[in-house]
Design a protein around this ligand. Structure first.
Ligand code: FE2
Ligand code: FE2
Length: 293
């Protein structure tokens, strides 16, 4: 059964960055805790921007069903849409621009480089630097006309009960899976501690980039890519009942990665010209000459 989605409903955010700015408000940098809002303050904070975020989550929670995810996986995980060199792929990603405020937001490549450079500056393994560089490449889904709620937003398991620890859980009430006989139960289609490799996550840029990179990067890097927006687990620990011991071990890496994604943003654009030789070598070491989308 195909669901029709009103295109006017599809994209409430002025840009994808609005979602990330909102996550940053929810999980402020502990090093600048003076400006931190408590969860309750966060929920009650009214502003026109917050209204667009709320609307974005309303759509995300309503439409991310088990069936929807299966459809998107079948469509995108064939990787038969486009083939590009890594550098052309970054150019392609950079077509995602913020119409409302082109001056204050860094482009996508700049966010990726700030993340990877912060990881490199702290002396982490080079494959983690590479994970930083690629973690949001999946946002190209927007350029394939996917709605914002199927590209960004916190991710969560589908096919089992939605946790109340997911942001704006009340919006799941409009999702048909919410009252489904099996999908509404704690374990749904899964068994206790089945391991996240057996769990289907909501569809978005994380799952897409994980699949793009899965033959090329070491496992901890793949966990970082696949679960970097899974805040209800890596921040709230709401899905331990689906994880096995190996997942728990690997989530140390996911947690290590998250602050670099959230807190590395600063107004100074990285010097791409100076950095390019280093990244060209790094990319050539791990990745094929072209990437399939
Ligand atoms: Fe991301
Ligand atoms: Fe990011």
């Amino acid at each position: 059964m195909k669901k029709t989605i009103d295109p006017i409903e599809a994209n409430p955010l002025s840009s994808l960055d609005v979602w990330e700015d909102d996550v940053l408000e929810r999980y402020p940098d502990p090093e600048s805790i003076a400006t931190a809002k408590k969860t309750e303050e966060y929920r009650n904070y009214d502003s026109p921007v917050r209204d667009t975020v709320r609307e974005f989550y309303r759509l995300n929670h309503k439409y991310q069903t088990y069936e929807f995810v299966q459809e998107k996986r079948a469509e995108y995980l064939q990787f038969n849409k486009k083939e590009m060199s890594v550098w052309d792929a970054f150019q392609f990603l950079n077509q995602l621009v913020d119409d409302s405020d082109p001056d204050t937001d860094l482009d996508q490549l700049q966010h990726l480089l700030q993340t990877s450079e912060a990881i490199r500056a702290d002396g982490h393994p080079e494959w983690m630097v590479l994970a930083g560089l690629f973690h949001d490449m999946g946002k190209v889904l927007c350029l394939f006309d996917e709605p914002q709620w199927a590209v960004v937003g916190d991710t969560f398991p589908v096919g089992c009960a939605y946790s109340s620890k997911i942001v704006y859980p009340e919006y799941f009430g409009a999702n048909p899976d919410y009252s489904h006989e099996v999908y509404s139960t704690k374990y749904g289609v899964y068994s206790p501690h089945t391991g996240l490799r057996n769990v289907t996550m909501s569809w978005g840029h994380d799952e897409y980039v994980y699949n793009m990179m899965k033959d090329h990067l070491p496992e901890p890097a793949l966990y970082m890519l696949r679960y970097h927006s899974f805040y209800s687990q890596h921040r709230e620990n709401a899905y331990e009942h689906l994880m096995d011991d190996h997942d728990k071990e690997m989530f140390r890496w996911v947690k290590l990665f998250n602050p670099y994604d959230l807190y590395s943003k600063n107004p100074n654009p990285p010097d791409w010209k100076a950095l390019r030789p280093y990244y060209e070598d790094l990319v050539a070491k791990y990745l094929p000459a072209t990437l399939k989308f």
